[in-house]
Design a protein around this ligand. Structure first.
Ligand SMILES: CC(C)(COP(=O)(O)OP(=O)(O)OC[C@H]1O[C@@H](n2cnc3c(N)ncnc32)[C@H](O)[C@@H]1OP(=O)(O)O)[C@@H](O)C(=O)NCCC(=O)NCCS
Length: 232
């Protein structure tokens, strides 16, 4: 699945040492443990909007491929179809949504893999403070499994050609890349789903939900203790 070095080099693979200098040490330290990824529902729209608002204008441009004022963000969040699509989120210890990905079903016929192939589009954002630690990559791998479970034969990524992190994530998974000036489209052929991918999807979602509830309880207990048992 790993792409040969020359193709990745165009997107900075050879500059890993340079990258380390651009990012702080804590950002560069890759997450070494399992990361719980929650499946978000319609009730999470406020958190998703809050996350997107924290991205600066350039990041929003990279995420949506155009300048996205705040009212467009609200419209985008309101329009997410949680029945048809899937939205994933990674929360930190303070229960802040630090990374989110939208896996959207594309209309039939819109797949670069062929007219009869069902395709889903992957869009992602990670807050700057959590970048460079592999969360974008982890969400991408998670989305691959869920797209397979939705019987998609292809995963599509629209990215600006300047977006090296996103293109590197897609190429590493073996995606084909077509570049037209400032815009790039990458797509990945997906193997069929199987019992294993469905069990994995359900178990991971359940586990992530339990971890989130435990974190929430721990935070409530901590806040209660800090407030002097609610007496002061
Ligand atoms: C694209 C994005 C999601 C990547 O998130 P991330 O968690 O930092 O990604 P990862 O840590 O998994 O890193 C992926 C690769 O990009 C590289 N990378 C990270 N930051 C980089 C930077 N500033 N410049 C170049 N490469 C970078 C990483 O080193 C890694 O490659 P490597 O494993 O070969 O070293 C994040 O940068 C982001 O939210 N950008 C704004 C929104 C966006 O562009 N969305 C994508 C379009 S849908």
């Amino acid at each position: 699945m790993v792409k040969p070095a020359p193709e990745l080099q165009k997107f900075g693979m050879e500059r890993t040492a340079g990258l380390a200098a651009e990012l702080t040490p804590s950002q560069r330290a890759p997450v070494s443990h399992w990361v719980p990824i929650r499946t978000l529902k319609a009730r999470h729209r406020p958190q998703i909007l809050d996350h997107l608002i924290q991205l600066d204008e350039h990041d929003r441009y990279l995420r949506f491929g155009s300048h996205t004022p705040l009212e467009h963000l609200s419209r985008y969040v309101a329009s997410i179809d949680f029945k048809r699509d899937e939205v994933f989120g990674i929360f930190n210890r303070r229960l802040q949504l630090v990374a989110t990905a939208h896996l959207a079903a594309l209309p039939m016929g819109a797949s670069p893999a062929g007219p009869g192939v069902r395709a889903m589009e992957f869009g992602v954002s990670v807050l700057p403070s959590a970048r460079g630690r592999g969360l974008g990559q982890i969400l991408f791998e998670h989305a691959i499994m869920h797209a397979r479970n939705h019987h998609a034969g292809a995963l599509v990524i629209h990215a600006l050609t300047e977006n090296r992190p996103m293109i590197r994530i897609a190429l590493r998974a073996g995606a084909k890349l077509e570049t037209q000036g400032a815009d790039s489209e990458a797509w990945l052929s997906l193997p069929k789903d199987n019992l294993g991918t469905h069990i994995e999807g359900s178990v991971l979602a359940l586990h992530a939900e339990l971890v989130f509830r435990t974190k929430r309880l721990a935070l409530r207990v901590k806040n209660f203790l800090m407030s002097g048992f609610g007496l002061f």
